[in-house]
Design a protein around this ligand. Structure first.
Ligand code: ATP
Ligand code: MG
Length: 509
């Protein structure tokens, strides 16, 4: 019976969690972690959180987050991590959307009357501060909101089909959708990630992704805990501290979005390169150029994976060597079935391009309060339609060619912005390239391109256009090219093409 409580190791020879700190680093064993989670779980029970009520967790990456998250799920509540940097309105949206019973905030937030606290008050959610007191993670109730304190005071035992987590999609293509994930969904991904990278108790990962998204939570934290390894948890990603932490705490792998890999390439280790078993890249397309730069600079295999909130994160990944891996491919289904289906739900011949569809125990049963999306998101035989377009090579390796919603439709000619980004990124003066659709009188849509020029390099839109014209067919040459210092991104480092388009058109005015 797989739940988050039954799969957490209870003993181990390595620390479960390490929180770097000066002067004191916190190092927590598996025994301690289990006992702290149990105490926190009992305290949640005393508050009277009903089974399957939402516990909003507005905490930064921290030991408190880890304990609060696990305890909420063990207690059959629904953990709902929220970006602690949200503004009040954003907190209001999420707290209201899930009718949160309680919102967990860092120590001092109540007195400061921060945005999460004000939002919780508006919807009568209780507010509790969480902090480490040197012995345990304290749950200090500050406002009991609508909690009566009488309901469900017993310690509960979670079941595999209980919802353990609700996260919203990143909102890249529209309004964020609420995705419920059960213990079964999460533990399946944990196992899939462990199997893919052969994680053991000897592995140590430095967590750089936020825990309020599936990437950091599942591939960074939970898969490691499931494997009995160690997770180093700084409060946030910092390029200047990355290598120091990596070396000091003997990490041997990390997972991140391409933006972070690029930042690390610009900030290599000051002295000796540590030994890295593998580097995982996920959540956004990794350009072949960054792939090879990374492999060369950090002397480690780069394994690109493909994930989404609805799949409890990972769906496919490139395997460890000696198996084949290659830039531009997100690898093979890892404990997940993959099919490329056309609009009518039939499989296209191998090599054909259509919608990537997936099936597996990791996939959500459907969005919350969104019957419209649920009706169109699943095929009759239970495959989930990802909204991503792609194809498979003869060995089943998936190549993503773009999001169906983001394909540029130039007079009926469908252009994949991802492919074009990759071409432009090869230009020696280009640090980053993002293509998007712009309105066009003649074709309906045409191609816009935003470019960040590398430090110390110079180029012009005319030069770039000429260079691109020598590489791709004429209809793929961007109509408008914008140079910018600042490529807009979502909080998780994703490129939102819509947002880039808006920013560039505004910049032009
Ligand atoms: P929304 O669904 O609200 O529009 P979103 O799809 O960005 O937002 P997430 O669930 O965070 O929300 O992201 C999943 C998506 O990220 C995938 O559907 C895919 O488009 C993209 N993605 C993930 N990994 C990769 C990858 N390795 N290469 C290219 N795209 C990727
Ligand atoms: Mg999506």
């Amino acid at each position: 019976m797989a739940t988050l409580s039954t799969t957490l190791p209870t003993t181990g020879h390595t620390p479960a969690i390490i929180v770097p700190g000066k002067p004191d680093t916190l190092s927590i064993s598996y025994q301690q972690l289990n006992s702290h989670v149990l105490t926190f779980q009992k305290n949640l029970a005393h508050l009277g959180i009903a089974p399957q009520a939402a516990v909003s967790i507005a905490l930064p990456n921290s030991y408190e987050f880890v304990v609060a998250f696990l305890a909420a799920s063990w207690q059959r509540a629904i953990a709902a991590p929220l970006n602690p940097a949200y503004k009040q309105e954003e907190f209001e949206f999420y707290i209201d959307d899930l009718s949160s019973a309680v919102t967990l905030v860092p120590r001092g937030s109540f007195y400061q009357d921060g945005p999460a606290v004000r939002a919780a008050r508006k919807y009568k959610a209780a507010v509790a501060e969480c902090y480490w007191n040197g012995h345990e993670v304290v749950l200090e109730i500050k406002d009991s909101g609508k909690l009566s304190g009488k309901e469900g005071q017993e310690v509960q035992k979670a079941q595999p089909d209980d919802i353990a987590l609700v996260l919203h999609t990143s909102g890249t293509t529209g309004r964020p959708k609420a995705v419920p994930l059960t213990h079964r969904n999460l533990t399946r991904t944990m196992k899939n990630v462990q199997t893919t990278y052969k994680l053991t108790s000897n592995d140590r990962t430095l967590l750089v992704m936020p825990l309020f998204h599936v990437h950091g939570l599942l591939a960074g934290l939970l898969a490691s805990l499931f494997s009995g390894g160690s997770v180093i948890v700084p409060s946030r990603f910092s390029a200047s501290e990355f290598w120091d932490n990596f070396i000091t705490y003997k990490a041997n792998w990390y997972t991140a979005v391409p933006t972070i890999h690029q930042i690390l390439l610009r900030n290599p280790p000051p002295s000796n390169m540590p030994e890295i078993r593998f580097i995982r890249s996920c959540s956004s397309p990794l350009s072949p150029k960054t792939f090879s730069e990374l492999e060369r600079a950090f002397n480690a295999p780069v394994l690109e994976a493909y994930a989404m909130t609805e799949g409890a994160h990972q769906m496919t990944s490139n395997p460890l060597p000696p198996a084949k891996r290659y830039p531009g491919s997100v690898g093979i289904g890892q404990g997940v079935e993959v099919k490329i289906l056309n609009a009518f739900g039939s499989e296209v011949p191998q090599g054909g391009e259509a919608e990537i569809c997936i099936r597996g125990e990791n996939v959500t049963k459907g969005y919350l309060n969104n019957p419209e999306a649920n009706k169109t998101s699943f095929t009759q035989d239970g495959f989930f339609r990802t909204g991503d377009q792609g194809k498979q090579d003869e060995d089943g390796y998936v190549i993503i060619t773009g999001r169906i919603k983001e394909l540029i439709n130039k007079g009926g000619e469908k252009i994949s912005p991802v492919e074009l980004d990759n071409v432009v990124s090869q230009n020696p003066s280009v640090a980053e390239a993002v293509c998007f659709a712009i309105a066009d009188e003649m074709y309906g849509q045409d191609i816009g391109l935003a470019v960040v020029v590398k430090d110390g390099e110079e180029t012009t839109p005319e030069e770039l256009r000429k260079w691109i014209a020598a590489k791709v067919a004429k209809f793929k040459v961007p109509k408008q090219i914008f140079l910018t210092d600042n490529m807009p991104k979502t909080p998780t480092g994703k490129v939102q093409r819509r947002m880039v388009a808006e920013a560039m058109l505004k910049q032009q005015k």
